[in-house]
Design a protein around this ligand. Structure first.
Ligand code: NI
Length: 179
């Protein structure tokens, strides 16, 4: 396994639509190694999610996990989840605004409205179809990662830029702000 370089906003791949992974290729050593490397990279960068375009691979793969996270110390735990070719089937519960950041837009935080709940279907790392109904923070991360797969970042989802803050200033001033 290897920690890969996370590319940032400005690299053309961040704005490109990712390609579907042919289901019969998911079990290949190349895709399995890619998934392992994405998980290790997410852990090394203290991310709660990582999409393949963020390591300059334009494929529809995202990994998600939240466990004792340094960048999101207050966030609820999310089990390790691998989503290949994910598709959001439905959204619900209304939208809720909360702080978001991104390894490809690093050192910035902003308030982003996201659906509270959703239903998503995908293939897991064995190529088996799965259907998830992640709640709240997990749902937020799924929406953030699915956006990466169509070339969007959280900045595009901000209704206004007034809450945009650098991370040290967020830690000093921003956390108290309520929704
Ligand atoms: Ni991101």
């Amino acid at each position: 396994m290897a920690v890969l370089k996370v590319v940032r906003l400005g690299h053309p791949v961040i704005r490109r639509k990712a390609q579907m992974v042919p289901p019969d290729r998911i079990g290949s050593p190349e895709i399995q190694r890619l998934i392992d490397d994405m998980i290790e990279t997410m852990h090394d960068y203290d991310g709660v999610g990582l999409a393949a375009p963020q390591i300059a691979v334009p494929l529809q793969i995202a990994v998600i996990e939240c466990k004792d996270n340094l960048r999101y110390p207050d966030a609820p735990a999310i089990p390790l989840t691998v989503l290949v070719n994910p598709r959001i089937l439905s959204t619900g519960g209304g939208q809720q605004e909360d702080w978001e950041g991104c390894l490809s837009v690093n050192e910035l935080r902003g308030r982003v409205p996201r659906w509270r709940t959703l239903e998503v279907e995908a293939l897991d790392r064995r190529g088996v179809p799965v259907k998830l109904t992640p709640p709240e923070f997990f749902a937020r991360v799924v929406q953030h990662e699915c956006d990466h797969l169509v070339g969007r970042v959280f900045l595009d989802r901000m209704p206004d830029m007034l809450s945009l803050t650098h991370l040290p200033e967020f830690l000093r001033y921003g956390r108290q702000e309520s929704a």
